[in-house]
Design a protein around this ligand. Sequence first.
Ligand SMILES: C[S@@+](CC[C@H](N)C(=O)[O-])C[C@H]1O[C@@H](n2cnc3c(N)ncnc32)[C@H](O)[C@@H]1O
Length: 256
Amino acid sequence: MTEAQFLEGLSYAEDNFKNEQAPHLHVDKKLIRERFNLDGKKILDFGCGMGGMSLWYATNWDCEVHALDIDGHHINVAKKLQEKHQASNVTFEKRDILEKPLTEQYDMVFLNDVAEHIPLAILGQILEQLGYSLTTGGSIFVTYPPWRSPYASHLNHVIKTPWIQFFPKGYVDNLIEKHNHPLVGDLEGDLREAYDGLNHLTHEKISKLAKGAGLKQTYRKSHSIVNRVGPFKNLNLRVFPLDFLVTKEFLELQKA
Ligand SMILES: C[S@@+](CC[C@H](N)C(=O)[O-])C[C@H]1O[C@@H](n2cnc3c(N)ncnc32)[C@H](O)[C@@H]1O
């Protein structure tokens, strides 16, 4: 990673940490604050990326955070962010839990914008292992943009067209080629690889995997673009075909 990419990653992670209104995180942060008191909890931030949310948990509650990611470059940025803010209650680790399984127990496991990036062939195994690592009464909180959502392509910062993932493949491929660029914080990853790596996650798919992993759903919220309109701010919209308007799914899972 070049120095410039590292610094860009650091500034992105800093914004995710400090900015309560960060575009893809403000709903998540509000909901987590409303729903959970993390004081005294041991937390696993699974797929922590460059650590913005890990630092947010660690500094907003009196908790202990174990943050891990499969990508060592993201972890390097996260460690720098931690050093800068001197948060001693968070530990960052590069780890693939399918190679080196978890041995500790957690009260809360967060998968923040991670599940849609994990191949479906292994997502079930990962959920199963996360379930085993929960303390009694512990929860897994998963947030992700469902595949039918307007910006599920993760391309919207360069290609502004909503639902572009449903346009003809050749057309989308050409657009990606034209706008391709290295991803913030990544060594080799680019927009093309990120798009091709998406698993087209839907509620139906993750529910089936969670059930197979011995987990039950204890909460679900579907945040939609309709929630931006005052009177509808608490509407929990997930009725087909309106689920195309859902921008983010929030799912709480516990041991069945
Ligand atoms: C979009 S980022 C989200 C980062 C962070 N959770 C956040 O909210 O800012 C997705 C992250 O998931 C990580 N990831 C993907 N597959 C993983 C796996 N099998 N184990 C751990 N991390 C994984 C990626 O390396 C990447 O850092």
